[in-house]
Ligand binder design. Sequence first.
Ligand code: 5GP
Length: 187
Amino acid sequence: MDKKLFVISGCSGVGKGTVINEFMKRNSDDFILSVSCTTRKPRPNEIDGVNYFFISKEEFEKNIKEDKFLEYAQFAENYYGTKKKYIRQKMEDGYNVILEIDTQGALQVKEKMPQAVLIFIAPPSVEELENRLRGRHTEDEATIQKRLAQVKIELERSLKYDYTIINDSIERAVEEIESIVRKNVAG
Ligand code: 5GP
């Protein structure tokens, strides 16, 4: 049976990483989380080829020119992108592929591969998201305000997604993703 591509995005601070990690723990037999390329520097504990393929700006731009990316986006001076060849290879290996990418990239994927299934993870409310962002104590006020403005843009783009799920409980969000992917893989 043909393998499927699922794209999962969510507002910053919505807890999508936790939800996706939990989904992957339970479904690693036939699902794989795609590894993107980026030009940003690795954070402590990040491993090349595991968290990202860390490449230079020159190499990234060469790949753009040669049309090697299924999608890519640029934030804060850094590029992030998904290689076409990587996705093709994983599908040939027998996996359904999950992309955890931003909303700009997700809409590029939908244009090139209309059969891809787009899932958006939304916060229960913008106030709740604001509390979560503040609770992390990792960003200053100006950054939080910028993030909240970005949330509005993302929520707007999410209207083009196939599914939106509310992350009010991790367990329920994971179950909802499982039910969506099972339905689409079977179909
Ligand atoms: P971070 O630098 O925190 O790892 O990621 C920053 C943002 O880049 C996140 O919103 C993440 O979803 C997004 N991202 C990671 N990989 C890709 C990719 O391959 N393509 C796109 N469009 N966004 C990505």
